[in-house]
Ligand binder design. Structure first.
Ligand code: GMT
Length: 382
């Protein structure tokens, strides 16, 4: 199949999922055309059957901000005409689904059939999509898509609860390459960061307020009261990085916290982790927690959104009530001090990642879905 994929190119779960999906589909013999405002950050190599099409956003004195949605739509139309796409798969509804269904209509007026699949990822539904300035257009774009997928049952239900949407939504969870994401021997790295054999807590996010990064520092501070020999590694960057740094200074743990910034080889950092912390206020899936699980790291996460579909409480990690910092502290402390508990959860986390979320299990579900949508839309056309 010739498949167009649109996503945000920046550091964030939806872009990661879209890019890894495209790379995997290419390995399975499909021709993949990425359409994005810049090269997606996980698309470091371009294979023979992977193409990248940059959306050129035009500025003009009358535009307060350049109309990305329109430029994207035009690029989609152009690509579909010249590459002969079989399907266009867009990630994150705003504005990608809107551009895609508009492109489809423009193409239809030229007699070109292009089915559109929209994957809902998170705040396009749970937060920003519910703003009245977006809701009607999000609803329309979802209903007009030929196929819609959501990354968790939770997100599927949120969509029905908050939008006037009646069409089917297929749940296809996020996935992980468990060959790449597995625990590796990173003794030198561990020695460099933890010269006295300290335990390691890791948090990975884009440091948006929803990730509660300052809470991570507070939990670490509380854990350190009982487990002094522990370090905190914070990976990623975003608006809450400075507040998290401030918090670390305030509570006096700054010397034991390392801010590593945006990192690509996440699996190397996770390979020296003992616990992964994710106290998010909302999380439709929690891809970063899945990456940790694949690297045999037990996770301590908020019991919100789609996280209970990923983390099995007391087996692969712990679910804690939102904002209950004592619960987070207690579970983290237990994992750092009880080696048997830690090791059995580490193994169970890895098993769950491999048995349920491995890339080779999940990507064929997208292929099947593409097939279904193609068949269904061609029947409607006939
Ligand atoms: O929806 C967002 O906030 C952005 C999106 C992203 O691009 O990072 O994150 C969401 O999609 C990820 C991939 O499907 C999920 O793993 C994240 O849980 C989800 N983020 C939130 O729900 C906050």
């Amino acid at each position: 199949m010739k498949i167009g994929i649109t996503c945000y190119p920046t550091y964030g779960g939806s872009g990661v999922v879209a890019t890894e999906l495209g790379k995997s589909l290419a390995e399975r013999g499909h021709e993949i055309h990425f359409v994005s405002s810049s090269l997606p950050f996980r698309l470091s190599h371009v294979a023979g059957n992977i193409f990248f099409h940059e959306v050129n956003v035009q500025s003009y004195p009358l535009f307060e901000s350049p109309p990305y949605t329109l430029s994207l739509t035009s690029k989609m139309v152009d690509l579909a005409k010249h590459a002969g796409l079989d399907i266009l798969h867009v990630h994150y509804a705003i504005p990608h689904a809107t551009s895609a269904v508009t492109a489809r209509q423009i193409l239809a007026s030229d007699g070109i059939h292009l089915p559109v699949i929209t994957t809902l990822h998170g705040t396009d539904i749970t937060l920003i999509g519910q703003d009245p300035s977006f809701t009607p257009v999000v609803e329309w774009s979802i209903e007009e898509s030929d196929g819609v997928t959501a990354v968790s049952n939770y997100l599927r239900q949120e969509t029905y609860d908050h939008f006037d949407v009646e069409g089917d939504i297929e749940v296809i969870p996020n996935f992980i390459d468990t060959d790449r994401f597995q625990r590796q021997d990173k003794g030198h790295f561990k020695q460099a960061l933890c010269p006295n054999g300290e335990k390691v807590i890791v948090h990975v996010s884009n440091f948006r307020p929803v990730k509660n990064a300052p809470q991570v520092v507070e939990i670490f501070h509380r854990v350190q009261q009982d487990v002094p020999s522990v370090k905190l590694l914070l990976v990623g960057d975003g608006p809450d990085r400075v507040p998290a740094e401030r918090k670390a200074r305030e509570v006096g743990v700054y010397d034991d916290v390392r801010f590593l910034g945006k990192q690509d080889p996440i699996e190397e950092i996770l390979s020296i982790a003992d616990v992964f912390l994710m106290p998010s206020g909302s999380e439709t899936f929690g891809l970063a927690a899945l990456e940790a699980m694949a690297c045999s790291v037990p996770t301590v996460v908020s019991e919100v959104g789609g996280l209970p579909e990923l983390v099995t409480d007391g087996e692969t990690g712990f679910l804690c009530p939102l904002d209950d910092l004592e619960a987070f502290t207690d579970r983290t402390r237990r994992l750092l001090t009880d080696d048997d508990l830690h090791d059995s959860m580490a193994q169970a986390a890895r098993d769950r990642a491999v048995n349920t979320f491995d890339i080779d299990r999940v990507v064929p579900r997208y292929e099947d879905y593409y097939q279904q949508v193609q068949e269904r839309t061609s029947v409607v056309e006939a």
